[in-house]
Design a protein around this ligand. Sequence first.
Ligand SMILES: *[C@@H]1O[C@H](CO)[C@@H](O)[C@H](O)[C@H]1NC(C)=O
Ligand SMILES: *[C@@H]1O[C@H](CO)[C@@H](O)[C@H](O)[C@H]1NC(C)=O
Ligand SMILES: *[C@@H]1O[C@H](CO)[C@@H](O)[C@H](O)[C@H]1NC(C)=O
Ligand SMILES: *[C@@H]1O[C@H](CO)[C@@H](O)[C@H](O)[C@H]1NC(C)=O
Ligand SMILES: *[C@@H]1O[C@H](CO)[C@@H](O)[C@H](O)[C@H]1NC(C)=O
Ligand SMILES: *[C@@H]1O[C@H](CO)[C@@H](O)[C@H](O)[C@H]1NC(C)=O
Ligand SMILES: *[C@@H]1O[C@H](CO)[C@@H](O)[C@H](O)[C@H]1NC(C)=O
Ligand SMILES: *[C@@H]1O[C@H](CO)[C@@H](O)[C@H](O)[C@H]1NC(C)=O
Ligand SMILES: *[C@@H]1O[C@H](CO)[C@@H](O)[C@H](O)[C@H]1NC(C)=O
Ligand SMILES: *[C@@H]1O[C@H](CO)[C@@H](O)[C@H](O)[C@H]1NC(C)=O
Ligand SMILES: *[C@@H]1O[C@H](CO)[C@@H](O)[C@H](O)[C@H]1NC(C)=O
Length: 819
Amino acid sequence: MRNTTHHHHGGRRRHLHLLLHLIYYFLISLTIFPLLTTSKNLITPTQFLTGNQTLISAGEEFELGFFTPGISNNYYIGIWYKKIESQTVVWVANRDSPLKNSSAILKINSDDGNLVLINDSGKSIWSSNYSRAKNTVAELLDNGNFVLRLENDKNPENYLWQSFDYPTDTLLPGMKLGWDSKSRLNRYLTSWKSPDDPSTGDFSFKLDINGFPEIYLTKKQRINYRSGPWNGLRFSGVPEMKSTSPFTFQFAMNRNEVYYSFNLKNESVYSRLLVIHTGVLQRLTWIPTSKIWNQFWYAPKDQCDHYRECGAYGICDTNASPVCNCVKGFEPRNLQAWNLRDGRDGCVRVNKLECESDGFLKLSNVKLPESGTAFVDPEMGLVQCEELCKRNCSCLGYSNSNISGGGAGCVIWAEDLYDMRQYAAAEGGGQDFYLRVSAADLGLKSLLLKPDRTGRTDRFDRKLKVGPIRLIHHSGEYIEEELDLPLLDFSTVVNATDNFSDENKLGQGGFGCVYKGNLVEGHEIAVKRLSKNSGQGVEEFKNEMKLIARLQHRNLVRLLGCCIEMEEKMLIYEYMENKSLDSFLFNKDKSGLLDWKTRLNIICGIARGLLYLHQDSRFRIIHRDLKASNILLDKEMNPKISDFGMARIFGADQTEANTKRVVGTYGYMSPEYAMDGLFSIKSDVFSFGVLVLEIVSGTKNRGFYQTNNQLNLLAYAWRLYKEGKGLELIDSAISESYSTSEVMRCIQVGLLCVQEHAEDRPNMSTVVLMLSSDCASMPQPKHPGYCLGRRPLDTDSSSSKQDDSCTVNQVTVTVLDGR
Ligand SMILES: *[C@@H]1O[C@H](CO)[C@@H](O)[C@H](O)[C@H]1NC(C)=O
Ligand SMILES: *[C@@H]1O[C@H](CO)[C@@H](O)[C@H](O)[C@H]1NC(C)=O
Ligand SMILES: *[C@@H]1O[C@H](CO)[C@@H](O)[C@H](O)[C@H]1NC(C)=O
Ligand SMILES: *[C@@H]1O[C@H](CO)[C@@H](O)[C@H](O)[C@H]1NC(C)=O
Ligand SMILES: *[C@@H]1O[C@H](CO)[C@@H](O)[C@H](O)[C@H]1NC(C)=O
Ligand SMILES: *[C@@H]1O[C@H](CO)[C@@H](O)[C@H](O)[C@H]1NC(C)=O
Ligand SMILES: *[C@@H]1O[C@H](CO)[C@@H](O)[C@H](O)[C@H]1NC(C)=O
Ligand SMILES: *[C@@H]1O[C@H](CO)[C@@H](O)[C@H](O)[C@H]1NC(C)=O
Ligand SMILES: *[C@@H]1O[C@H](CO)[C@@H](O)[C@H](O)[C@H]1NC(C)=O
Ligand SMILES: *[C@@H]1O[C@H](CO)[C@@H](O)[C@H](O)[C@H]1NC(C)=O
Ligand SMILES: *[C@@H]1O[C@H](CO)[C@@H](O)[C@H](O)[C@H]1NC(C)=O
């Protein structure tokens, strides 16, 4: 930092005092006002400035005088670098009161000791506007500060006025950006209007001292960019602020002041931070040898610098495509806009917070969320901080307030989290942030344990490498990927399930029994235990583990971890309060609990889950065993697809595959799969169609008998539909009112999905579209694929004829239906 108190000419000045006074009165009498050049850095009651005269700081670093910017005809008082040839103005006095020519004078007002700028008509057009004082002088210092002080008092604490308190567009080394309680000033930068016009422009860079302070770049009132709060080392959103940089940065936060300032490690280098008229915040540096201003840094730099680019709970990552992602436990609020790469609507929580049972998810290398309403305690440690946050149900996240020296202080957020950004670990930007999420969103490790900060070995901190799995990268190439799955101790599971007691048994899964379990802190889990003598089961177990561990969607059941010890193999899932769909649908006592709204919600949820499997996840997954008993219901009756034991990953271009071992469930299998072992996304679509018709009718496809004809559900639905009596299909247990158009739409979608020929069936994106929009035109369904008879392939001829020719056969292929 340049010395602000010392200058070389002060002593000499005092000797001249008397002489100056004499000359002053002499000149007054002549009404001529030439500048006395004895002290080039001072304006005194007897020394003023006019025309092309300038003040020059003692060390000849800065110069002050009238200037005209660019092609402008206006005159301004400004400060610029003395040693830089192309005039670089860093401060303007009368930015909003231009002068028409330079015959104005800058002087000390003899009445009140203020610095004033007087125009040709003798009017004051600018003033330092400080209170009254006698014997003041104004001095241009070598750091570029122009100060008004008492003649004999050079203590910076006692400056009456200083240009550093009234910045224009430039922050110089040693200048403070921010709040000072003594002067009650919040000093900030404001751009020029244009390179030729220094008047107040639209863009400002201003410290918000509320909450956990940070600096905002705004256009008028609208925020364009924020620095992120100061974290002891740098602004959370400016990874370029490294200790290896040529700068030292200060950030003070105490009762008297909150400010940011910087200095240079090498004082022969110049640097300034400025807001230019285009709205860019720039740091420029000047190295004497190169004689050019260099752009060292600027912001906003990329899409992720744009304020709230990814909305609430979105996190922006320039290394990802698209750049917006929801933080874990959240999903896009507006999927359509999100898919069109507009993330501004942000994300919404998938699983509601439940307060006491919630946990925290650590996000590393993130720019802290907007913190204007955050609460800060610089004394509190991270452990207390977590406790404080956990206790207060409105707390949404916390972090250290100072990451320098191992981390200290506590910040707590209680309002929606905005403007987070992910930095790559190598960039060294951002810091750890702990996000409050419901227990269901945590892996088991964090579910069971507080973060291990005591150094004790964490007995649950074990992971199982799952995979590798071949998957298709964005580029279209295959990559092999392994995944860490939390491993749980067998004794923990024994304890949680009361030693697999009968009371805790939920039912039979694909390859063993399923138990309910209670972990510490009351978290409920479902444990699927592979029966010891299950031969085929091991393959299915591994398959399920590999696949579902990688899938995340609100309509897919979530795998929390696994337990593999000696002979035991178990998968641990989130617990579904309302069991499976079939326990409601096909149970006379409970089907009435499913009103139409719930049923439609279930249909749409399954459709979205299946769409994710087929298309939106990083894989193409064919479930192969979609059925009512594999649809689980959470406590709000949201459907979740489960049981991936038979699921298969498809390659990018692969549309169908063949298997010798046809597995699946009778009643849900498409004809081409049941007969030829051909499976594809369209065989899942078929199963989905069966499910839809079952949900509408409350009737199981298998074992459906009409009194007269022995028709299965598909044939029955088809006949009613052809006869224009589709509504008769609806479950009589639905007592409350329902929308007939919604019901008819679902029946039509169901029939479209079960069409005999796979190529006629819609894909799941079309299904989701058809279910969600009232105006989407839907094709008429063709004949359903429930019969195995031989019929002509040209199905575009009258389908009612085919109906007549169809007989209902029993499927004769070997099926596994032991569910
Ligand atoms: C300052 O202006 C005067 C006349 O107004 C002129 O004679 C003189 O050369 C100028 N000096 C400089 C350094 O431009
Ligand atoms: C400045 O402008 C005033 C009035 O517009 C004029 O009287 C005066 O001569 C001008 N001075 C110079 C140096 O141009
Ligand atoms: C001086 O300033 C006053 C007040 O702003 C203005 O009315 C007047 O026109 C100015 N005179 C000149 C010569 O610029
Ligand atoms: C000077 O300061 C007073 C209050 O401190 C304010 O009301 C006034 O507008 C200021 N005048 C100018 C010219 O800035
Ligand atoms: C400071 O910068 C100047 C100009 O780049 C260079 O010549 C000088 O060696 C530097 N001094 C130190 C101590 O790095
Ligand atoms: C919880 O936090 C909010 C926001 O910081 C605060 O307003 C509220 O008083 C806190 N409640 C309790 C019980 O501490
Ligand atoms: C941050 O912590 C470091 C190391 O303990 C300390 O030196 C520094 O003053 C702290 N910064 C703030 C802003 O509290
Ligand atoms: C099982 O739970 C009980 C009660 O919480 C506890 O006392 C016991 O130590 C636990 N046993 C094991 C093996 O974890
Ligand atoms: C659990 O049950 C098995 C037999 O079912 C028994 O051998 C074992 O000792 C029991 N373990 C505990 C901890 O009760
Ligand atoms: C679903 O489960 C929740 C929580 O156990 C329960 O409150 C609710 O009544 C259940 N819904 C139905 C339709 O049974
Ligand atoms: C789904 O079907 C529609 C309509 O046939 C088609 O435009 C779309 O490309 C298909 N989507 C996929 C992922 O195959």
